[in-house]
Design a protein around this ligand. Structure first.
Ligand code: SAH
Ligand code: TYD
Length: 386
């Protein structure tokens, strides 16, 4: 597979490929990539993903900020640290209220956008060493949070060591990532790509926490990115206990065999079935003379398009609203990426919804396209036309 966000400026550009394979550990229940790409190759001063491109995610992170503000109310001079703050989508709400905060963000281009919103940021990879530095400069944190970032970091042990160092004894860690049970239930295999090293469940997060003196105390399912989970962890202190819903969710995960290889056996079969159905559907529409484009040049789509071998012969172009992605080509499959306006003015019959995790928002936004007969092709949990 090529790197998921490795969009090409020119077709002559050299691409790097790596084997994308996933393993399960029966001892700590972690599901993770077996080979990884060095973080410096993925997170740098030209990182492509911007959190604020989706209205839904902007709202989601406003809600996240509200929850954090509620949790620190009554605390004297609270300090909140966010790992992977990206363009400041969440922390800007704390900055606006004058709450002491710090965004830790190694991708300099997105950190710059956060700074422009008044968000204090430190351009560094979070790990035990940078945690010590933050404590020296600003003291310990009441809340450490991170969304869609823990799953990106190979050296989780150093991150959790850093959290032990940075978190106050009565502090809370908020950790939000795509949820393994949703990936399994929906067969959303395109969540698997180089940047996503880990695919967490309550079972694996609980074990991970234990190894670092942190207890999983709460879990809150989130309806974003196709099904995510927000995990809350605290340092072991007398009186801390697991909320009842955590006990129930862990039982549900065990009932789905996420603690044994059995839970994962049918996954490949389901993946292959979706890919062949999708490809046949695209070929059928094409042979009927229809034009098909892609909607949203997501990182996820790199896995789908390369695994299912869907290229420019089936998909004419992909539209995307991210300025950094337009006029580039998709990694491995080399489909041109066009600005959204091209799609808005076009008259194609079918759009493959590659940004399927934003389905509600996009279907609502594209009422005009659908009213004039334009259709969306969906593929999770099965191929469907909307
Ligand atoms: N939290 C945002 C961004 C997720 S993308 C959201 O949910 O929309 C992941 C972000 O984590 C990227 O901006 C990337 O640069 C950052 N990141 C990667 N490794 C990191 C590390 N070791 N420490 C802190 N941030 C990291
Ligand atoms: P996303 O699915 O959030 O993440 P990932 O790249 O990690 O798989 O990316 C959404 C992409 O879809 C992003 O490139 C912006 C694009 N997009 C649009 O073009 N239009 C839209 O209305 C929305 C919501 C997203």
């Amino acid at each position: 597979m090529p790197t998921a966000n490795g969009f090409l400026t020119k077709l002559t550009q050299k691409e790097s490929f790596f084997p994308l394979s996933v393993g399960f550990c029966p001892n700590c229940f972690m599901v993770q990539l077996l080979e990884t790409v060095p973080p410096q190759k993925m997170f740098h001063d030209d990182y492509q993903y911007l959190s604020s491109t989706s209205q839904r995610m902007i709202k989601h992170f406003e809600g996240h900020a509200t929850e954090i503000i509620e949790r620190i109310s009554g605390k004297k001079n609270p300090f909140v640290v966010e790992l992977g703050c990206n363009d400041g989508v969440m922390l800007l709400h704390l900055a606006k209220r004058g709450i002491a905060h710090l965004g830790v963000e190694p991708s300099a281009n997105v950190a710059k956008l956060a700074k422009a919103k008044g968000v204090k940021t430190k351009v560094v990879f979070f790990n035990a060493e940078s945690a010590r530095e933050i404590v020296r400069e600003q003291g310990q944190a009441d809340i450490i949070c991170g969304a869609n970032v823990f799953c990106h970091i190979e050296d989780l042990n150093s991150v959790f060591e850093g959290i032990r160092i940075l978190l106050k004894d009565d502090g809370i860690l908020f950790m939000e990532d795509p949820y393994m049970l949703d990936i399994i239930n929906k067969t959303s295999f395109d969540q698997i790509y180089d940047e996503h090293v880990y695919y967490f469940s309550g079972l694996s997060v609980s074990e991970l926490g234990k190894r670092h003196g942190l207890q999983l105390v709460e879990m809150a399912p989130q309806r974003v990115h196709g099904g995510s989970m927000r995990y809350y962890l605290k340092k072991y202190l007398p009186g801390n206990k697991m909320a009842e819903n955590v006990v129930q969710l862990l039982e549900k995960e065990k009932a789905s065999s996420l603690n044994t290889p059995e839970g994962y056996r049918f996954f490949k079969h389901n993946v292959d079935s979706i890919c062949s159905n999708l490809k046949n559907t695209l070929k059928k529409f094409k042979s009927q003379g229809h034009r098909i484009v892609g909607y949203g040049a997501t990182a996820k789509s790199t896995t789908l398009l390369n695994y299912a071998k869907i290229g420019g012969d089936l998909i004419e172009y992909i539209c995307d609203t991210t300025p950094n992605k337009v006029n580039k080509f998709t990694p491995g499959t080399h489909i041109p990426i066009k600005p959204y306006d091209v799609f808005a003015k076009d008259s194609v019959s079918y759009a493959l919804l590659l940004a399927w995790n934003h389905e509600d928002e996009i279907l609502q936004k594209e009422e005009a396209y659908r009213k004039r007969g334009g259709k969306f092709i969906l593929y999770f949990p099965e191929v469907a036309i909307e």
